[in-house]
Design a protein around this ligand. Structure first.
Ligand SMILES: Nc1ncnc2c1ncn2[C@@H]1O[C@H](COP(=O)(O)OP(=O)(O)O)[C@@H](O)[C@H]1O
Ligand SMILES: [Mg+2]
Length: 270
């Protein structure tokens, strides 16, 4: 089953007099157990998409299904309940995921207070992120890296159907980063957790099952098992990846050549 389904999602921020179109016509389906790296340059719309998938924002236009439920048909209470029961989120700023005066174990316990179901034990989670010895120190006094690992443990505390993480390894060394990725992959394999991880870290994206690249508010490219594909958008638009800009720079004109199984774009000098 699809855990995430985006159908023509548009997200517009209104700030005083200006409107910013952060996402335009995003179509995306993510199935149970997939682990997706969300890539793209700064300002592309990655965090916005993550907030939508977390149910923290409602799309300006288009339709969004989370765990089979049409978000536009859920009132706030039911959306909040779906979020609490099935979605784990790691925000970009690690400290914001945690309660500063509680210890690591208390933070995990707090996340687990409301949901009654089979879920990982706090001790196991903390062990898996390398925080077994974190002791009674309050989370607010931990290093950025420790907070980041704890935030991942907290997000997985209720064995969520959907794990969303914004740059969860940005402050980690290679070893801790690998641990976090292994934990996410294990959650996917053991509990069917679907993960969407915003990352600039190629070690992370290569370890996950699929990549989705957002550029200028659109899904421009996808990668599966090491192979990259451009995505033909709703209006037939295709984004030429930056690594080909020297051959076909943005703003240039191209001739279309028909092939048996597709087309070729050749730079034309007008
Ligand atoms: N709360 C907001 N109000 C106005 N504009 C915003 C807001 N959040 C993000 N944006 C704008 O939306 C676009 C996408 O932002 P974002 O989703 O944060 O991109 P990314 O995470 O890929 O860097 C950017 O142009 C950004 O400036
Ligand atoms: Mg961001």
């Amino acid at each position: 089953m699809s855990v995430v389904r985006c159908d023509g999602i548009v997200q517009i921020y209104k700030a005083q007099d200006v409107e910013v179109v952060a996402l335009r016509d995003v179509d995306l389906v993510i199935d149970e157990g997939e682990t997706v790296a969300l890539l793209g340059p700064s300002g592309a719309g990655k965090s916005t998409l993550l907030w939508l998938l977390a149910g923290l924002l409602r799309p300006s236009a288009g339709r969004l299904w989370l765990d089979g439920a049409d978000v536009s048909r859920l009132n706030q209470r039911r959306l909040d309940r779906l979020r609490a029961a099935h979605i784990g989120m790691v925000l970009q700023n690690p400290a914001r995921n945690l309660i500063g005066y509680l210890s690591a174990a208390q933070n995990v316990a707090f996340a687990q207070r409301a949901v009654k179901r089979d879920r990982p034990r706090a001790r196991d989670l903390l062990h898996q992120v390398g925080l077994s010895d974190a002791g009674d120190r309050p989370a607010g006094r931990m290093s950025g890296g420790e907070q980041q690992r704890l935030a991942v443990a907290v997000a997985l505390a209720n064995a969520p159907k959907l794990l969303l993480a914004d740059e969860p390894t940005s402050q980690l060394d290679e070893e801790s980063g690998t641990r976090v990725v292994e934990l996410i992959k294990r959650a996917a394999a053991d509990s069917g957790t679907t993960a969407v991880v915003v990352t600039h870290d190629t070690a992370v994206s290569e370890a996950l099952s699929r990549t989705v690249t957002i550029r200028d508010g659109r899904v421009g490219a996808e990668g599966r098992s090491g192979e990259d594909f451009v995505v033909v958008g709703r209006e037939g638009a295709v984004q030429v990846p930056p690594e080909y800009h020297h051959l076909l720079p943005p703003g240039s004109m191209a001739r279309i050549e028909e092939l048996e199984d597709g087309i070729a774009l050749r730079r034309a000098e007008p």
